[in-house]
Design a protein around this ligand. Structure first.
Ligand code: FES
Ligand code: FES
Length: 160
């Protein structure tokens, strides 16, 4: 019988090892590591509730196999304590009350943090296209989410 292959990566700066076979990143985050900020929504890559940042890119953790994560840097919403950009986006969402039930919110925040890390002044239409493609909000909190996005963009534009 073959020994299980172990994959080493980091989550919010802390080293993690997990078995390569059979698990998604979301299962390891929520189950093994008890990090519940990434939500289980559809489990099929449609809703975006499970979005985290891997090597600087927003990805759906439910669709990310552990075997693909060797050496990866994984950031979750819980990184907000140490990641100023995630913390900033989360703060604006809280101040704008940009959620209803909040189930989609952490994923949206992580996608926005990844987009802003790559480009501090992205085009509004590009942000909306990404959110439209990758995130579902069943509560219809879109007007408040848009308000938070506009505030984030205005803050970044003022910094230029
Ligand atoms: S739970 Fe991962 S995309 Fe819906
Ligand atoms: S706030 Fe409830 S799903 Fe978006």
């Amino acid at each position: 019988m073959q020994a299980a292959r172990t994959i080493e990566f980091s989550v919010n700066g802390a080293p993690v090892s997990a078995e390569a076979a059979g698990s998604s990143l979301l299962a390891v985050l929520r189950g093994d590591l008890r990090l519940r900020g990434a939500r289980f929504g559809c489990g099929e890559g449609h809703c975006g509730a499970c979005t985290v940042i891997v090597n600087g890119r927003a990805v759906q953790a439910c669709q990310t196999p552990i075997w693909s994560l060797a050496g990866a840097d994984v950031r979750t919403i819980e990184a907000a304590a140490a990641d100023s950009l995630v913390a900033h986006v989360r703060k604006v969402f809280i101040e704008e009350q940009a959620a209803q039930c909040g189930y989609c919110t952490n994923g949206v925040i992580m996608t926005l943090a990844a987009l802003l890390a790559a480009d501090r002044t992205p085009a509004r239409r590009d942000i909306l296209a990404v959110l439209d493609e990758r995130h579902l909000c069943r509560c219809g909190a879109h007007p408040r989410i848009l308000r938070a996005i506009d505030r984030l963009l205005n803050v970044e534009a003022a910094r230029r």
